[in-house]
Design a protein around this ligand. Structure first.
Ligand code: 13P
Length: 250
């Protein structure tokens, strides 16, 4: 039995006042059981959010991290820093990192390995573009993105990992994958992991991301292989995010 996970990816949004208000709303209203709740603020606000999560069930995660341990890497943030600030999870290989900042499968794999070695839990994002879906390449693309990490890190590294399927065409567009489209890809991802280890495949949580909102969350999460969501825009509204968490915990 997999416990659902709902993660809010705030991306580059908010300021200290906005975040304080959002966290106040979330803290009192997110379900206390049946679902794991995670927020991933911009890294400069991790300390503030950590303080605000105290006494709540809300876990803390980062949106990205350096693959390097420390040293002369201006502007980068290390895994030990995230750990120091109380982060439990790190989002890796988000499509915005891949497409805007040219992160390759190889770099994502290095970050994944470093994350697991440090003792944090990676949320590995995968997903196809609209052109790739229209060319019927969805499973090929997602397979390549997952294999790159499995081959570099080894399947053992997936013991505490989470995978997020985020079709690029559904991110921030208001276009959501249908429950059938999501289930098809999620089942295929679980099967890809099962080819390396059936136990890990049965245990690993696969989140759906891409225009999840309070209205569509329940039908997406009702699918057998959809174990929660990675939520962008709707995670910036306390009521909507709480409703999504409730849908996952129901
Ligand atoms: P939206 O929920 O805004 O489509 O963003 C999804 C996402 O990219 C989460 O990582």
């Amino acid at each position: 039995m997999r416990t659902a996970l709902v993660a809010g990816n705030w991306k580059m949004n908010g300021d200290s006042g906005f975040i304080s208000e959002l966290m106040t709303g979330l803290k009192t209203d997110v379900p206390a059981s049946g679902v794991e709740v995670l927020v991933c603020p911009p890294s400069v606000y991790l300390s503030q959010v950590k303080v605000q999560t105290e006494g709540s069930v809300i876990a803390l995660g980062a949106q990205n991290v350096s693959e390097q341990k420390n040293g002369a890497f201006t502007g980068e943030i290390s895994l030990s820093m995230l750990q120091d600030l109380g982060c439990e999870y790190v989002i890796l290989g988000h499509s915005e990192r891949r497409s805007i900042y040219a992160e390759t499968d190889e770099l994502v794999a290095q970050k994944f390995i470093a994350t697991v070695e440090t003792g944090l839990k990676p949320i590995l994002c995968v997903g196809e573009t609209l052109a790739e879906r229209e060319a019927d390449q969805t499973l090929e693309v997602v397979g390549r993105q997952i294999r790159a990490v499995v081959e570099a890190a080894g399947i053992e590294a997936f013991a505490d990992a989470v995978i997020a399927y985020e079709p690029v065409w559904a991110i921030g567009t208001g276009k959501t994958a249908t429950p059938e489209q999501a289930q098809e890809v999620h089942a295929a991802i679980r099967e890809m992991i099962a080819q390396s280890d059936a136990g890990t495949a049965a245990k690993i949580r696969i989140l759906y991301g891409g225009s999840v909102n309070a209205g569509n969350a329940a039908e997406l999460f009702a699918n057998e292989d959809v174990d929660g969501g990675l939520v962008g825009g709707a995670s910036l509204k306390a009521n909507d995010f709480v409703a999504i968490c409730q849908a996952a915990g129901a």
